[in-house]
Design a protein around this ligand. Structure first.
Ligand code: SF4
Length: 331
């Protein structure tokens, strides 16, 4: 279902004269990893170390790889321009091959003009067709440019909706090409606007508000539980694109001002057992914002986002709830 074109990566490996490269692929492409590795070895003449660890985004290139290899080939995510790596990282898109045109006709009746058009990394190649389709049906369309974490106009990440908020005052609704609920709900909470999702894996367009209640109930329950906590662990992600030191220190200051115990914790892979062993009453994650939301069922102890901690401490109102975003001034 995904096209992976290695030609520019092969050319770049040759240009760099890299003799050994690490290959990272997302979970959905792991079964094709062997073929990708073989294509690189055959065409670029470099030895490939296939990385077995899961890889969730362009933020997720372990620094330890750079001690072993001359370059990293990272498949399936767009680069995050503001992240600087110590050796070359070659990003190879994996673009969806599923057309969404039939869904588009059904989605039009749900949209209010002008329509802000957005896509996740895997679906950027469908943006042009969707825009052309909307315009051919007489709809006005807007595209927003994101901040320095975003490399394509109209692209959003699970940690960054700035391409949506950039045109928030100019659009009546958003049309998002992507899978699942998280990104669409993030855009809806960040902008207050209706979001319709074209998910290439299902037949019907979805209005994201329908999925909102369950997630917000879970978040409200975690916040309520954390209101009783005396001690908080503030987790800093070890991954190079998730180390929000500044944000973590601000949260520690806020907690101590509110007379709570607070410590900074460094963690790479999240695991409920690691948190249980540390024994804090509640945790706040400044790493990938998806972890606290997607993995909520795994944690007995409340695991909050920074915004949620602010609600616990009374410096933000629940009515203003949004998903956490990563912006450059927090690192
Ligand atoms: S921080 Fe999370 S949402 Fe953002 S790019 Fe990394 S994995 Fe994706």
């Amino acid at each position: 279902m995904f096209d992976v074109d290695l030609s520019s990566a092969v050319a770049e490996i040759k240009r760099l004269k890299a003799r050994i490269v690490a290959l990272q692929v997302p979970e959905g492409l792991k079964k094709r990893a062997y073929q990708i590795a073989e294509d690189i070895e055959n065409n670029a003449g470099a030895e490939v170390l296939l990385v077995a660890e899961p890889c969730f985004g362009a933020c997720d290139v372990p620094s330890s790889l750079f001690e072993l290899v001359d370059a990293v080939v990272h498949v399936g995510h767009s680069p995050i321009p503001s992240i600087r790596f110590s050796k070359p990282v070659i990003f190879v898109p994996a673009r969806s091959r599923v057309p969404v045109n039939d869904q588009l006709r059904k989605a039009v009746g749900l949209l209010t003009e002008p329509v802000g058009v957005l896509a996740t990394s895997q679906h950027l190649q469908e943006l042009d067709d969707v825009i052309e389709g909307l315009e051919s049906m007489g709809m006005k369309v807007k595209m927003g440019e994101g901040d320095s974490r975003i490399s394509h106009v109209g692209e959003i990440l699970g940690c960054n909706y700035t391409a949506a908020t950039a045109v928030g005052d100019e659009v009546g609704s958003y049309l998002l090409i992507g899978s699942g609920t998280f990104h669409g709900l993030g855009v809806h909470l960040a902008t207050g606007k209706k979001v319709v999702v074209l998910d290439p894996h299902i037949d019907e367009p979805r209005e994201i508000e329908q999925a909102k209640d369950k997630i917000l109930r879970q978040r409200h329950a975690a916040i309520e539980k954390a209101e009783k906590a005396r001690s908080f662990g503030i987790i800093i992600g070890e991954k190079v694109g998730q180390r929000r030191m500044r944000r973590a220190r601000e949260l520690r200051k806020l907690l101590r001002w509110k007379k709570k115990d607070a410590s900074l914790i460094l963690m790479d892979k999240f695991d409920p057992e690691k948190l249980k062993a540390l024994g804090f009453d509640a945790y706040v994650s400044t790493a990938c914002p998806r972890i606290a939301i997607d993995d909520v069922a795994m944690y007995d102890t409340p695991l909050l986002t920074p915004h949620e901690l602010e609600i616990v401490l009374g410096v933000r109102r629940w009515e203003n709830y949004t998903f956490d975003q990563m912006t450059d001034d927090e690192f």
